[in-house]
Structures are given as C-alpha cells and as structure tokens.
Design a binder for this molecule. Sequence first.
Ligand SMILES: *Cc1c(COP(=O)(O)O)cnc(C)c1O
Length: 403
Amino acid sequence: MKITRNTFNEVMFPCYNPMNMVIKKAHGSYIYDNEGNKYLDLTSGIAVNCLGHTPSDVQKVIKKTVKNLIHVSNIFCNEYTLTLAKKLVEKTGYQKVFFVNSGAEANETALKLARRVAFDNYGADKNEIISFVNSFHGRTFFSVTVGGQESYSDGFGPKPAAITHIPFNDVDAFKKAISDKTCGVILEPIQGEGGILKADDEFLKTVRELCTKFNAALIFDEVQTGVARSGTLYAYEQTPVKPDILTSAKGLAAGLPIGAVMTTDEFAKHFVPGTHGSTFGGNALACSVGSYVIDVVSKSEFLENVKKMSSYITDNVMKLNEKYNVFKTVRGEGLLLGLVLNDKYSGKSGVLQKKCFEQKLLTLVAHGDVLRLAPALNIKKKTVDEAMKLLDKALAAFVSENA
Ligand SMILES: *Cc1c(COP(=O)(O)O)cnc(C)c1O
C-alpha cells in the first residue's frame, strides 16, 4: 500500500495539519520519513518521548513485560500498576494514585474529584471552578471548557457550567474570584500551550493560601511540566507550594499512553467504587514502562543533564540571536523552552517553525509568538550543537524573508 502525506487528507479527520512528510521510523533525537529524509527532532512527540525515540532500554522493558501481561482491566489488580503507583507515592509524598490514559482524562478526573469532595463535604452549591486565561487542560468537553481558550470549547452546545477564567498571575483578580462556592482551582505551573509562561511565586502563595482558607482543591496540571521536563521530577518542587491534586501524563511512559492523578487520602477517599473509572487506565504495559521511566528520570545525574542542556540551549540561542535579533527572550524551565519572538515578528512563530522544517529541524510553537522546544530529556550536547547549526540557517532564511 502506497502511503503519502496526501493519504492523510483522504482518510483522516482534518483537525490536524501535519508537516509535509510521513514518518517511517525514529531513533533517539532523529526521525526518518518514508522518502529517506532525516530530521532532528526537538519536539519529542510534544514532550512525550522523554528518553528519545524507540530507546533500546525501553524496548527491553516492553519485550519483557508483554511476555507476561499486556492488559487485565481494573476489576483485577496487577504487579505493574501497583509498582508504578508505589513509586509515584514514594517520590511525591502523595498517598493515592489514579491511572488514566491521557492528560485530558487526568484533568477530567481531577476536576470531577474536586467537585465530588466539595459535594460530599459542603453540599451541591460548592461547585465553582477557577482556571486561567490561555491555560490548556485537554480536549474532553469538561477539560477543554475549563481550559482558557474559548475558541476550543465554542460550537459544541451547552458547556459544563460554573467555570470562571481569570488572568494568569493576577493576584487581585484571583482574590476577587475565589469564594465559599469555589470547589477547585486548576493551573499549569508553567503554561505550556499558552506560551511557556511561569506562575509567579507570590501568585502561587496567594492561590495556595486562599484555596486552603476557602476549602477549595488546588490542582496542578503537570501533564507537560511533569516527569522531569522542568528539571525536577515535578515542577511544583521548584515553587513555594504543593497542590492538593497533581496530574501527570505525556512523558510518564516514554511514548505509551498513560496519565496519573495523585492526591491525599483525604481527597481520594471520596472516589468510592462506582464513582469513577477507566477501562485502560493503569494498563499493565504502560505502567511497566512508567516504572522504568520514573526510576531513570528521578536520578540526580539525569535531572542535572536536563538543567545543563537547558542552559546550553538557552546560551546558544541567545548567541545566535546576537546575529539575527529575532527573539526577545528565552523562557521556561528545564527542557521546556519558549523562544519569544520580538514584536517585529509578532504572530510569526508558525513561519519560523516552517523555516526550521525546511532545514529538517522539528520544533513546536506555543501561540503566535513563541517557538517552543521540548527535546528528549537525555539529549546530548553534540545533538544540540547540530540543532543550533540548523536553527542558524533557519533564522537566516526567516530574517531575509521577513525583513
Ligand atoms: C498536552 C496537555 C494536556 C492534554 O493531554 P492529552 O494527553 O492530549 O489529553 C493537558 N494539559 C497540559 C498542560 C498539556 O500540555
């Protein structure tokens, strides 16, 4: 069967617009298409392939696991799922874990849990959720409505109610918005899709304080920032606060679908049998890989490399910027970096991404003004050097065409 990029147009829903190639295989930080082209990948499946593409150690874990078990459902428990849960509990200090298959499902679970805890403890009127403009929490109807981009939830009929969006990092707006009716507050410690924007420490302290005061659950969506992406196992470790509920997904199983919700006994006890569930959630194979990933990425040398490569990329981008004057700044933490375009190039991140693609350098965008890099967390210095040479050429073409 002949497969080309046009096959996508023929048989797939048109809700993505993938780059003009068809991937055949990928190893480490390199992707190969079915016409023999090689690309350097700084996207890692949108912050998913944290150990690079098809790493041989992960292949070994998968091969070993599938000889014993692939899936059994949650009417049974199994060693692989319980092992990952135990590891997450040990590493984070939370007491209970619920497994799902994606980031959206993890947030859906967290939001339902916040509503249920408030319902059980304080009654039906305590149901309001506060979230933030430009946040992204996934595409199920509840999670996408909670997310801070209305265009993503418009046009699907009546939306889930009692959701308020306020500006990110706005202490005064938050003080005005929270009340006895608030059951939960959800935020990304670093807004990913929204442009790699960090939550301020002072803002987070106020949010934490008022959530406690008003008995509202504080939820951190660490679907993108988690699993060492930010340079610590979870990004909240770098903030002065700890959320009541933590969601994780993307990198957790190095490329297999998985999500996790972590919380305290006090919260978890409200999900009694029958209140919530997931057929594939806690899938044995995904959890087996997840256990391996947590062992690898929580090692201090691994986290050191994330921070080292983060500074190395930032320094090199700023050096290139002396030549091209395209970026205002580089922001983010660890290997979740946003290269913010100067006002002159406002709205042109997609154009720059295309110029990178022409150099066979794969990058992401976060809104119109930010080129987003999320490479494999074990990326090597020499791979970064190579990427910077390609970025150099892409910037030259970008500047000359947009003068
Ligand atoms: C990617 C992402 C999601 C959605 O995850 P899916 O696995 O696509 O459902 C939710 N929140 C954040 C912060 C994300 O980056």
